[in-house]
Design a binder for this molecule. Structure first.
Ligand code: SAM
Length: 199
């Protein structure tokens, strides 16, 4: 992890560019169509690189035992404010650290989750490690930009190909999982969605 990157993200959260907002339909639909039917009530969920916690807090409000991990303390402070809000009553565990370190240490501890959500974050070296964080029958929910996003001229999203998926890359990487949902957007923005289960 580069300290510059971490600082850059702290500044983006300080500027209000990435504030707390409503969860994406992808997450709400995944909750209804896959988490509720397939997981035991109250299962543990991880929102990796989950930023200011808009997904983690909403998922906690739906009854999942959420952990939010990110390397931006500024983002996590926003999540903390929201998670202690009396109105929402959502409680989430918050963990500050680089995704690589966090994932490696939890794998060593054999920590597992009912589901792992990764939304708009991609470090290629982490991809093959994520299934190790899944409990049996656990679900991986992944949504992020593909390399197509650059060609389509979408001003949003990373420019560095190291943080952009190739078409079909998640299908290849997670071929040992049961793929339940897969979609690639090729108009206006290049975004991939995957929901897969540890068989
Ligand atoms: C585009 S934001 C996405 C936030 C959230 N998942 C969402 O969907 O809104 C990317 C997030 O990844 C975090 N991040 C970037 N690199 C990271 C790293 N190496 N380790 C942990 N978090 C990282 C940033 O702090 C930021 O919160």
């Amino acid at each position: 992890m580069s300290v510059n990157e971490q600082q850059k993200w702290n500044e983006r959260y300080q500027s209000g560019e990435f504030g707390f907002r409503e969860p994406d339909p992808f997450v709400m639909d995944a909750h209804r169509d896959y988490l509720l039917p397939l997981l035991p009530a109250g299962a543990e969920g991880l929102d990796l690189a989950g930023g200011a916690g808009h997904h983690a807090v909403w998922l906690a409000q739906q009854g999942w035992a959420m952990t939010l991990a990110d390397f931006s303390q500024t983002a996590l402070n926003l999540a903390q404010e929201r998670s202690t809000d009396e109105k929402t009553g959502a409680k989430i565990a918050i963990h500050c650290g680089a995704a690589q370190d966090v994932v490696q240490s939890w794998i060593q501890e054999q920590r597992q989750f009912g589901f792992v959500l990764v939304s708009f974050f991609m470090e290629r070296a982490l991809l093959p490690l994520l299934p190790k964080l899944l409990a049996p029958n656990g679900l991986l929910l992944y949504r992020t930009y593909t390399i197509e996003n650059l060609k389509l001229g979408n001003p949003r999203g990373p420019r560095d190909p190291n943080h952009l998926l190739q078409s079909q890359e998640l299908l290849t990487t997670y071929s040992a999982l049961r793929i339940l949902h897969y979609n690639e957007t090729v108009v206006k923005k290049g975004v991939v969605e995957l929901i897969a289960q540890r068989a």
